[in-house]
Each structure stands twice: as structure tokens, then as C-alpha cells.
Design a protein around this ligand. Sequence first.
Ligand code: SF4
Length: 272
Amino acid sequence: MSSKQTKTNEQTHFRTCNLCEAMCGIEVKHDGAKVLSIKGDKNDPFSKGYICPKATALQDLHEDPDRLRHPIERTANGWKTISWDDALDKVAAGIQSVQKKHGQNAFGVYLGNPNVHNMGGMLTIKHLLSSIKTRSRFSATSVDQLPHHIVSMHLFGHMLRIPVPDVNRTRYMLIIGGNPLASNGSIMTAPNMRQKLKDIKARDGKVVVIDPRRTETADIASEHHFIRPATDVLFLLAMLNEIYDQGYADKARTNNRAAALAPEIARLADFA
Ligand code: SF4
């Protein structure tokens, strides 16, 4: 990150949009607390100047008159400003009271996506959740990306060792049930997926989408194949069968890496 002074009061800061995992570089001009403009950072090595509309809307978030800038409490006479100490005490008492009366898991937590891209959130949320001891935890992750974490844990030993695919040099991209044009390459750390997918095709590569729905990504893919909902596991097993049956798999290597799978390979023939 860097910043430069251009006039007496106007400054330019180069930051990363923290709204999703695509991590687009942004150039923010401001005069004190007043945001003058938010643009894509052309020199950012990942996003190369690309941003989606959410990044420019960071200014709306910043300036929204309804944005909470301090804790407030609802009283019989309307909303009242209270101190952070009071707010924290009241919230803690409320959580304790609910858990005492209805059990630990009666208290639910939902964590929004930007928490994951915020250093303060990354450092503190884990400890907060450990102290609250509730299993009722929900987040953008539980809605759409836990399978990535489970696969990463089994393949690479940790749920956060998520590989960054080399989309810039990919020649054949198979997308099963994903819609990166809507997610903007989140979880792939690949901003401006529309251009990246077009680039694959321009390199004489192929983008193939398997999806029950004609998504935005399917619209620009080289091929789109509809699949009946809830049959994707059968499709994947059939693909595995074909890979082993045709001798494409390096058996020694795959058996070493996924020893537990080896005894099951013979059963894949059922999915031919
Ligand atoms: S895709 Fe949009 S929301 Fe996500 S990091 Fe880039 S600008 Fe921000």
C-alpha cells in the first residue's frame, strides 16, 4: 500500500477493496474525510485497473447518513447514543442471558464477507467465537464455499490452503456449478473474470460450463451443458471412471496422494 500527496489537502491512497476475495486494487482520492473519487488501480498486478460497481459504492457506504458511527440503544423515547463500554456490557449481558436460558447454541452469529478481508476481524473474530462457544455460526462461507475448504483440508492439509488457479495461462477451464461472472472471481483471487475467460478463448482455449441454469458465465462460455440438479456427484464419478478407464491417471501418484480412494477405484465402473 502507498499514498501520495498531490495538493495541499488532496491525497491519493492505493488500497485493496475489502468487499470480496478478488482483492481489486483501488485508487482513492480524498480531501480530509471527503472522498473525491474511487477508481481501479491500473498498476495493481492482479486486477490491472478492474473494479466492479461495489468498489465505487464504498464511497456511499462511507458517507451514508444512516451509517452507524457510534453505538445506539433503543429506548422508550427513541434511539439513544451510548458509550462503547456500555454497549459492550449490554451485549455481553444479553448473550449470557440467552445462553443461560436456552443453551449455548441458542445464540447465533452471522459473519459478513468483508470480515475475512479485514485484519482486525481476522485477528479477533476467532477468539470471540471461541469464547461464545456456540455452534450456530453462519457466514458467506457457510452459504457457498465450505466445499472448497473441505477439499483444501483433505488435499493440502489446511482449510485455508486454497490454491490460486493460474487463470492467465489456462487453456481449458471446466466450471461446474460456478458463476464467476457474478462472483467476480472471488475465492479464485482472479478479478475481471469476464476478460480472463475471453482471454482463454482468444488463446484458442476453451471455457466449458456445467450448470442446470444458463448463467452469465454460461452465456460467454465456449460450451454450456445443462445438468439435472443434484446429479453432479454422479457426473464427477463418471468422469473419474473415464480418467481411470482410459489410463489417463498416473495411478502411483494419485494412489499415494489419495490412498483412501484407491480401493474405491474399481467401483467407479458402476458410473460408466
Ligand atoms: S470484485 Fe468488486 S467487490 Fe470484489 S474486490 Fe473487486 S471491486 Fe471489490
